[in-house]
Design a protein around this ligand. Structure first.
Ligand code: PLP
Length: 426
């Protein structure tokens, strides 16, 4: 991978001039947006006839515009497509099927229409159940863009400069075995001790919230054993454990259906979103009977679009396709191959500092070859060069220097070879 000799053009100001109505997040993440026209499975097509390999997007989980998902949506659209406090088969059936996938005592589902709304609701539920107020959050975690979900996030775009978390949020170190303080086999335990220390003089703890692989924060898997140590610490203080599965759920990690299962824990509350609807907006909170009961004592929860019949029909179709097409197994097989190929590449290219992740949820940490510091400039260059080669990837992490690749679960080994060859030849 060659080091670019030229500085990148200031694409942000160019974008602002050309597309004044696009949010700053888009301008940073995608620079000049591609005018997409259509998509199918792991491919996207722009307006001038180019085909792009989507090596990035984890929202179209079972593949863009999967025909069974499209058919389910169309059929439901024609029969019943609004919900205002009625019961219908799709709602009951989807809740049942979703709960079949969840270990006990997770037993109740509340539907909303985004991951942010789910995070927001999860925080409110934890506070209602425990009658406590403090949230324990991970450094570089991301949980959404609403007031409550921003408060429990530590993401570069969320907090305006100088505005950190509110005083009822306790931020603890990310158990990162690549960049963090502890990198050995016992790192999980050491990070858990650090959390314990941070909470030593704290009371009033409502919950701990974490992703099992921190996605927007740089595709960082939590150190092995960390959650197993942390959950009892939080519970001993009377708090609940919340797992944010918006990115890591529904078989993406290959070995298990949920990310928390890779850590051998069972949370009290789950936050779900993105892949549930394969692009259609759905989110959900799954929790224990006890949590649901305390929450519902205080409020009557209602969401106009949560549990919409079309969303439920789509959600059911997604679950069906994952099972029928063996997509979790594919994520495991293709993801393992992908990681192996990236590791080979890492031997050849010193700018690849680390490759990490599980299943089809991987990160490539781009570093300066001499200092091993983050190398945002090169990561942006790679992203742009990939785009010219019609491969979609993105970058994230605190310095935007980690390449994220989390494609639809129908990605093939041939697709992986294409990405690897392109990266090798840059
Ligand atoms: N939680 C995690 C882990 C996420 O990655 C995201 C979005 O990227 C969210 C929550 C928020 O979901 P949404 O964008 O659907 O509101």
């Amino acid at each position: 991978i060659g080091i670019p000799s030229m500085e990148l053009a200031d694409v942000t100001s160019d974008l602002q001039r050309r597309n004044r109505h696009i949010s700053p997040i888009l301008s940073v993440s995608y620079q000049r947006p591609i005018a997409m026209h259509a998509a199918a499975f792991q491919y996207m097509y722009d307006k001038v006839g180019n085909t792009f390999l989507d090596a990035y997007n984890n929202i179209p989980h079972v593949g863009h515009c999967h025909p069974l998902v499209v058919e389910a949506a169309q059929k439901q659209m024609e029969t019943l497509n609004t919900n205002t406090r009625y019961l219908y088969d799709q709602l009951a059936e989807y809740a049942e099927k979703l709960l079949e996938k969840c270990p006990k005592p997770l037993n109740k589902v509340f539907f909303v229409n985004s991951g942010s709304a789910a995070s927001d609701l999860a925080v409110r539920m934890a506070k209602a159940h425990t009658q406590k107020d403090k949230m324990v959050v991970l450094e570089h975690g991301y949980h959404g863009n609403t007031e409550q979900s921003i408060a429990v996030s530590d993401y570069k775009f969320n907090h305006p400069k100088g505005n950190g978390q509110p005083s009822n949020v306790i931020k603890v170190p990310l158990p990162d075995t690549y960049r963090g303080d502890f990198q050995d086999k016992k790192a999980g335990k050491k990070y858990a001790l650090a959390l314990q220390e941070a909470l030593r003089n704290q009371s009033n703890i409502a919950a701990f919230i974490a992703e099992s692989i921190v996605g927007c924060g740089g595709q960082v898997p939590l150190a092995e054993g960390y959650l197993k140590e942390v959950y009892p610490i939080i519970r001993s203080k009377g708090g609940l454990c919340i797992a944010d599965e918006v990115q890591t759920g529904f078989g993406r990690l290959g070995t298990h259906f949920w990310g928390f299962q890779t850590h051998g824990v069972v949370p009290d509350i789950l936050i779900l979103g993105k892949p549930m609807g394969n692009g259609h907006p759905i989110g959900a909170v799954v929790c224990t009977d006890a949590v649901a009961e305390s929450f519902e004592k205080g409020v009557e929860f209602f969401s106009s679009f949560g549990g919409n019949p079309v969303s439920c029909a789509v959600g059911l179709a997604v679950l069906e396709v994952i099972a029928k097409e063996g997509l979790q197994e594919n994520a495991q097989a293709v993801g393992t191959y992908y990681l192996e190929q990236l590791r080979h590449l890492q031997q050849k290219h010193p700018v690849i500092g680390d490759v990490r992740g599980s299943g089809l949820f991987l990160g490539i940490d781009i570093v300066h070859p001499n200092t091993k510091n983050t190398y945002n400039h090169l990561a942006q260059y790679i992203k742009n060069e990939f785009r010219k080669r019609h491969i979609l990837i993105s970058t994230d992490g605190p310095d935007d220097s980690v390449i994220k690749t989390k494609p639809p679960l129908c990605f093939t080994k041939g697709n992986v070879d294409h990405v690897i060859t392109s990266l090798d030849n840059l």
